[in-house]
Design a binder for this molecule. Structure first.
Ligand code: NAG
Ligand code: NAG
Length: 231
């Protein structure tokens, strides 16, 4: 699974109000595509009021339609002799749906297994053209999810290309984003791998039968697995 939650939307606003001083503090509008507006005033009889508007922009209103929930959590605290009233508002919306051909594994990611045979570079380009990238396995949960997908997908090549290689420096495996495979926090190599067999293997694959990582000839033709960001 890759990190960074494109389009997934959770917006948290903390509104802290110190009523005695009429101080309103708005924090944490993390998404560029979302905004928060805060206004404070006193009405004609001198009562203090604060109003908050939360907005979130959806570029493709049809995609990712679903339930949007608003949570409101009020609280009051005494801080240094002052009473502090706070309201935390959270808007939660659904993640974007997986792209065409992608399978959603809840809490883990969106994946597409391609059976057609391609070189590693072609596979990389195909994943990118469909808005994803070659798979990077970086957790045990993801490893297990992929294994399940492999088990229910018939007629696959023995190995499937995924998103790592050691083309730059032999034996130093990095993902397509340049992160060392050893730093991903999870890597289950197939027993005896990587072996740079015949000094020709620089591109990452998984073994279709049991999912372990392997190095393989970049110009060999294999099926491959793409991953899409879920957020
Ligand atoms: C000001 O706000 C208070 C509290 O909501 C309300 O009771 C009062 O009627 C308001 N005064 C005016 C003039 O609107
Ligand atoms: C798997 O491949 C065999 C031989 O090419 C073919 O007969 C069969 O229909 C394929 N099965 C699926 C599910 O694609």
């Amino acid at each position: 699974m890759s990190f960074g939650r494109r389009g997934a939307w959770a917006l948290v606003l903390v509104l802290a109000c110190v009523a005695a001083r009429g101080l309103v503090r708005a924090q944490q509008c993390r998404r560029v595509a979302a905004s928060v507006a805060v206004g404070t005033s006193r009405n004609a009889s001198g009562h203090w009021e604060a109003q908050v508007v939360l907005q979130r922009r959806s570029e493709a209103p049809g995609r990712g339609a679903g339930e949007v929930r608003l949570e409101v959590e009020p609280s009051t605290a005494i801080c240094g002799g002052a009473r502090v009233d706070s309201v935390t508002l959270t808007i939660r919306g659904p993640p974007p749906p997986p792209g065409p051909g992608y399978v959603s594994v809840p809490g883990v990611g969106y994946y597409r297994i391609h059976k057609e045979l391609h070189t590693w570079a072609e596979a990389k380009a195909i994943c990118e053209a469909e808005g994803g990238h070659l798979l990077i396995i970086n957790s045990e949960a993801e490893d297990k999810a992929i294994l399940q997908l492999l088990k229910r997908t018939p007629n696959l090549s023995t190995w499937l290309f995924i998103g790592f290689d050691d083309k730059e420096k032999e034996g130093f495996y990095v993902t397509i984003f340049g992160d060392p495979v050893a730093s991903l926090g999870y890597a289950r190599w197939h027993p005896g791998q990587p072996d740079d067999w015949d000094k020709k293997e620089d591109c990452g694959t998984v073994w279709t039968e049991s999912g372990g990582l392997n190095d393989y000839i970049c110009d060999g033709k294999m099926g491959f697995i793409c991953e899409q960001r879920t957020g």
